[in-house]
Design a protein around this ligand. Structure first.
Ligand SMILES: [Zn+2]
Length: 760
């Protein structure tokens, strides 16, 4: 039987497998990176682990942790950190709280009003108490609705609607002949990370920015609104950070170093990640009168939201007064760190984390993920009590200050940079959880490993394996026959690359520690994100109400941590990696070609008079200008490197097959210590000391959040963004840099293959 049929058979047996102790399948394929003997023991321990997480515990943890607002700097944030630390200790983890001191502004004054043109209107900027929702009335502890790290400001100006406020929208505005210079823009949430909206607005000369939740995205268009349904009520507001995190995340005052008491700090005025213009988020109840007061061109079709108004772009006679003033205080961030020391390789660290701070009560974000982390820690503690000894050190983390800017995790990963570079095997993150499909994203060196984990986890609703369910979902969603073919035939599902938006960022993109992000979702839409209604009442009525997906997440995280911690040979794999990098190279070549073709075609249409002929004089559009056709880029350095990478991935695979023969005795040999060190190094090799052009904090050359998208990953960012930004010289230079990085990676993998072949 090949590997997948064995696994399929195991999964069909599912939970009916005999309990811990007496389950033996004679021809069972050993786990990846395990000898036959260690694989048998590992499977038994892992099966035991997966029986431990309890839905009652998960529910009780959530009720306790989300009982009061617990943003960074609040009394209940500290209380929660201490409670989590006490739990970790009770479970047997060697635990401490590590404190950093970070800049965290909270609002003092907020004003949005319509002052000219039409009836006067003052925005409420307040989410109402709901009688059935028992924590919605904790107003004295709730942070007001605001965007953290908005600069202070007081501006009055005409308003312009900019759709999602991303660069394409400004191209459209240019065609419409509308400038945002000296205007206040109003953008809707979604389609980019929120901090991109004020950044792009300021680049175009705007003086202020409002961000509102259109009902089209997460309000009454997709579903009934809270409390009748899960979606955003008219006065619900999405809080959130607008710091320029694609430049660097973490404390704005201490880039690259831990924000300890006596760290060297920038002055607030010098901090480059604070916005250039004032920003406030508003509800759709508050946005409607502002949008209704706009005149000017009718908004293009894709710009129209769900409100019962005709969407205009503006401006109009209406002027908006926007005032934001914050209290720029330093607050303590409490990271809870719990450790189980490794018995054989204590200096190899497997790290697992989820944040504990929220914008308000945060039952979904982040507590639904954190409670799984707690149950994993309890389960691992129980295994240790019954004799399990992980080979590697396991570190469980509950981060503070994720919401304002990945503060706790970034400061920790900066403070412990040298140790993490030396010891970090992998970091596994989660950040909230819901019903549906198991999503795994991350480093492609761990793609095969991720698929192995996926296959172990039964989906609570369908009883299929989470892997099978995900594969069938991907088939359903595939756009072409080729895509479906690949999903059906490829042994492993592809995992998406990580952009940013959660605590893995510093581990992966700054320290070069291979990282994964895990979580269930896709069946539990809603519109309470970052509002006072993200609480225990909402979660237990509209999300994973019986906590079976919480249990599944604890099973997933726990299994992944154990398997990395116990492996004889770390389960890094490079054929999937090489295949992925190959697809990136293809995409870049296509992108470069398409950019040329598009410019050539547009120039031709300008010459043919297409834009003049199709211009409606009553709704005039500005014709685009002729642009120089970009030069051909030289992709040879990357092409050669990708070939080298593919070759060495094959060599490593062959060496691994040899080492796995005859029960994999070679895998248990002490001579693998060096190979494991090289495997750990394999993600570090993707980083460069200089980092990305213009944002040196981001050191990884394969993955980064897009400078103009924020959450979404840009793969091979130095090359891809140079092409997108039409910086041809920079693109050519970046291809050379990435080529070197990939050549180095290939050389490392070849040496690991040689060392592995020599293992006895
Ligand atoms: Zn979160």
């Amino acid at each position: 039987m090949n590997r997948s049929t064995v696994l399929a058979a195991l999964l069909t047996a599912g939970l009916a497998l005999a309990p811990f102790g007496d389950h033996v399948i004679a021809d069972e394929q050993p786990l990846f990176g395990y000898s036959a003997e260690s694989s048998r023991a590992e499977r038994q321990w892992e099966e035991k682990l997966r029986t431990i997480p309890s839905t009652d515990n998960l529910r009780a943890y959530m009720q306790r942790l989300s009982a009061r607002p617990h943003n960074i700097g609040s009394p209940y944030d500290k209380d929660n950190a201490e409670w989590i630390a006490a739990k970790f200790k009770e479970f047997g983890l060697d635990t401490h709280i590590e404190q950093f001191d970070v800049l965290f502004p909270t609002p003092k004054e907020r004003v949005v009003e319509l002052v000219e043109g039409g009836s006067r209107f003052v925005a409420k900027l307040q989410e109402p108490v709901l009688p059935q929702d028992l924590t919605s009335n904790q107003q004295s502890e709730q942070l007001p609705t605001y965007n953290a790290y908005s600069i202070d400001g007081d501006v009055t100006a005409p308003l312009v609607y900019v759709n999602y406020g991303i660069p394409e929208d400004y191209e459209q505005l240019e065609r419409l002949g509308i400038s945002v210079k000296d205007k206040i823009v109003i953008a809707r949430y979604y389609h980019s990370w929120r901090g991109i909206k004020p950044k792009v607005a300021a680049e175009h000369g705007a003086v202020g920015c409002l961000i509102y939740s259109d009902p089209h995205e997460d309000g009454f268009v997709p579903g009934e609104t809270f409390p009748k349904g899960a979606y955003r009520p008219p006065d619900g507001v999405q809080r959130g950070s607008v710091a320029d995190m694609p430049y660097y995340p973490g404390d704005p005052l201490t880039p690259g170093v831990g924000a300890t008491k006596d760290a060297k700090r920038l002055k607030i005025e010098e901090a480059p990640t604070i916005t250039k213009i004032p920003v406030l988020p508003i509800s759709y109840a508050d946005a409607q009168p502002l949008l209704a007061a706009l005149t000017g061109p009718i908004a293009p079709e894709g710009w129209r939201g769900g409100l019962a108004i005709t969407y205009h772009v503006g401006p109009g006679a209406a002027k908006v007064h926007l005032k934001v003033k914050s209290n720029w205080a330093t607050q303590p961030a409490y990271d809870v760190i719990g450790r189980i020391s490794g018995s054989t390789f204590p200096d190899e660290w497997v790290i697992r984390g989820n944040h504990h701070d929220a914008w308000v009560n945060g039952a979904e974000d982040p507590i639904s993920g954190l409670i799984a982390v707690l149950e994993e820690a309890r389960a691992l503690g129980e295994l240790v009590k019954s004799g399990w000894k992980p080979k590697r050190t396991i570190i469980y983390c509950a981060w503070d200050g994720e919401e304002p800017g990945l503060l706790g995790s970034t400061e920790w990963a900066e403070q412990h940079y040298d140790e993490l570079r030396a010891h970090g095997v992998a970091y596994i993150n989660s950040d909230s959880n819901g019903r549906g499909y198991l999503d795994i994203e991350g480093s492609h060196t761990l793609e095969k490993f991720s698929n192995d984990i996926w296959r172990e986890i039964p989906d609570p609703e369908t009883k299929l394996s989470a892997w099978k369910r995900q594969q069938l979902r991907e088939i359903a969603n595939a756009k072409t026959a080729e895509q479906r073919e690949e999903i059906r035939k490829r042994t492993d599902l592809r995992i998406p690359a990580l952009g940013s938006g959660s605590d893995y960022s510093a581990f992966l993109q700054h320290d070069g520690v291979a990282s994964l992000n895990i979580g269930f979702g896709g069946e539990d839409g809603g519109g309470i994100y970052h509002s006072i209604y993200d609480d225990f009442y909402w979660f237990t009525h509209f999300s994973d109400t019986d906590f079976v997906y919480g249990r599944a997440l604890a099973q997933t995280g726990g299994t992944a941590v154990m398997r990395l911690a116990d492996a004889d040979l770390l389960p890094f794999e490079f054929r999937n990696l090489a295949d992925t990098v190959q697809t990136y190279l293809k995409e870049l070549k296509t992108l470069s070609q398409k950019t040329q073709d598009d410019i050539r075609e547009r120039n031709r249409e300008i010459e043919e008079g297409v834009f003049k002929a199709t211009n409606d004089p009553k709704r005039p559009l500005v014709a685009p200008a002729v642009e120089a056709v970009p030069p051909h880029l030289n992709f040879a350095p990357m092409e050669n490197a990708v070939e080298a990478l593919t070759r060495s991935a094959g060599e490593y695979h062959k060496a691994l097959e040899q080492a796995s023969a005859n029960g994999g005795a070679a895998l248990a040999s002490a001579s693998l210590v060096q190979v494991n060190k090289m495997l750990i190094e394999s993600e570090r090799k993707f980083t460069t000391a200089e980092g990305l052009p213009n944002r040196p904090w981001f050191k990884h050359q394969l993955y980064a959040p897009g400078f103009y998208t924020g959450y979404a990953a840009k793969t091979v960012p130095a090359v891809r963004e140079a092409i997108e930004q039409k910086q041809w010289k920079r693109a050519d230079d970046a291809i050379v840099v990435v080529g070197h990085v990939l050549e180095d990676e290939a050389a490392l993998i070849s040496s690991a293959a040689q060392k592995l072949s020599a293992a006895k």
